[in-house]
Design a protein around this ligand. Structure first.
Ligand code: FES
Length: 189
């Protein structure tokens, strides 16, 4: 007779196959930072998802999210909730580079709408779209990214760019002609 434990073990084995041993080792690293039990498993979800995303195509498929749920032994809905809440996690295909322009109050008062219009025109796409060559995704409007003192602000591949002007934007976009490694959240210049 197949028990619930057998089923969970089988699902975990399949998750390792799908995610890869190296990614699972990284997930284990983050899992070890939280207490035993379901809440500790839940706390590891965000870093597990970020690890999977950054080690793969830059976005999370449903199969990958399900594998994370199986590997951490949590309900899939817990994983979906995290993946769809945080703007640094992608649940649909994106370009090699991701640009988010903050349009919240401080940035709005410092011309964020003009920044959006300028970037849209330069790239030939609207917010939420990806360039035809798959190079750049202009993400839908971003809420405050906690860099109001540098408004207007945009984040490119996890890297903050502040005090934006058309000239600065030109330089930043010109630097995206080649793929870069994902910088991760929180870096600034
Ligand atoms: S409103 Fe744009 S960083 Fe705060």
């Amino acid at each position: 007779m197949t028990t619930a434990t057998d089923t969970a073990n089988l699902a975990r084995t399949e998750a390792v196959t799908l995610l890869g041993k190296q990614v699972c080792a990284r997930i284990d690293h983050w899992r070890s930072k939280f207490p035993d039990g379901p809440q500790g498993q839940r706390s590891a979800i965000i870093q597990a998802l970020f690890t999977v995303q950054e080690s793969g195509t830059g976005w999370l498929s449903t199969a990958q999210m399900d594998a994370v749920a199986s590997y951490l032994d949590v309900p899939p809905v817990w994983v979906y909730e995290v993946a769809t809440f945080y703007s640094m996690l992608e649940t649909a295909a994106v370009g090699k580079h991701k640009i988010s322009i903050c349009t919240n109050i401080s940035c709005m008062l410092r011309g964020a709408q003009d920044t959006v219009a300028y970037v849209e025109k330069k790239l030939g796409i609207k917010l939420g779209e990806t360039t035809a060559d798959g190079r750049i995704t202009l993400k839908i409007e971003e809420e405050c990214v906690a860099a109001c003192i540098g408004a207007p602000v945009m984040i490119v591949d996890g890297h903050y760019h502040e005090h934006l002007t058309p000239e600065r934007i030109d330089v930043i976009l010109a630097g995206l002609s080649e793929p870069t490694e994902h910088a991760g959240p929180g870096k600034q210049d």
